[in-house]
Design a protein around this ligand. Structure first.
Ligand code: SAH
Length: 235
């Protein structure tokens, strides 16, 4: 690594540490999640040229009219997911691969499904380049999950959905602690819903307000219903 590169890397590390302090000061209490965020080089996941903004606490555009979620939202969703080291996780909406990279530090294995082949390919390259080996990406409509690798201990949906499809719940292992996190609502806003298995049944509770780009496909919306590009300010 030459001197200029090493200076840039140091700066990113300092910015990342500052982001972690910011998240800790705000709402994130989960030190394992903070450590995972502190270990993932977000600058590798943003669009070329946007690296200087990589550690701002807001969403950034990536290709295909999609976005890399705001760090606060990634941290909040990851904390709500309560990932354990032995967990097998499904993510719907790979996007840049950043959320999957954060999960890779906390879980045993992650299956991530992305509708856009070019996003999936780029995410795969970035994850490989930073040495992540426990994330498997599939190009498909993941709106009803990825039954081939079920059951999962955790499911995280990172695009807005109109409701939680029963098919997703069926892919969760029905044991104490199993969880799903998903933004559920319309194109204006969504509630973050947490579904977990407790005393033999599934229960759902709202855990916050978010704004995500729309989920397409069978359990999502058609392109024409939403139009392109995604709503302003969407995560
Ligand atoms: N988790 C991502 C951000 C996700 S943005 C990150 O960390 O960067 C939402 C993503 O969901 C977009 O990439 C979009 O293409 C994808 N998506 C939308 N509908 C989908 C579907 N039916 N199946 C799989 N992915 C979908």
């Amino acid at each position: 690594m030459n001197e200029a590169n090493s200076r840039a890397t140091n700066t990113f590390k300092q910015q990342r540490d500052e982001l972690v302090r910011h998240l800790r000061r705000s709402v994130i209490r989960d030190e394992a999640v903070l450590a995972a965020i502190g270990a993932v080089p977000r600058e590798a996941f943003v669009e070329p040229g946007m690296e200087p903004d990589a550690y701002q606490d807001h969403a950034l555009p990536i290709s295909c009219n999609q976005t890399i979620s705001q760090p606060t939202v990634v941290a909040k969703m990851t904390s709500e997911l309560a990932v354990t080291p032995d967990a097998h996780v499904l993510e719907i909406g790979t996007g840049s691969g950043y959320q999957a990279a954060v999960l890779s530090h906390l879980a045993r294995s992650i299956v991530s499904v992305e509708l856009h082949a070019d996003l999936a390919r780029r995410a795969e390259e970035v994850l490989k380049s930073i040495g992540v080996e426990n994330v498997e990406i599939h190009v498909a409509d993941g709106s009803t999950g990825w039954p081939d690798a079920a059951p999962y201990d955790r499911i995280i949906v990172t695009a807005a959905m109109p409701e939680i499809p029963a098919a997703l719940i069926r892919q969760l292992r029905p044991v104490e602690g199993s969880r799903l996190i998903a933004p559920v609502g319309d194109q204006q806003a969504q509630q973050l819903l947490r579904v977990d298995f407790h005393k033999g049944k599934w229960r759902t509770r709202p855990v916050g307000h978010v704004r995500f780009v729309p989920l397409r496909g069978t359990a999502g919306w058609s392109t024409t219903e939403w139009g392109d590009p995604p709503p302003r300010g969407a995560l």
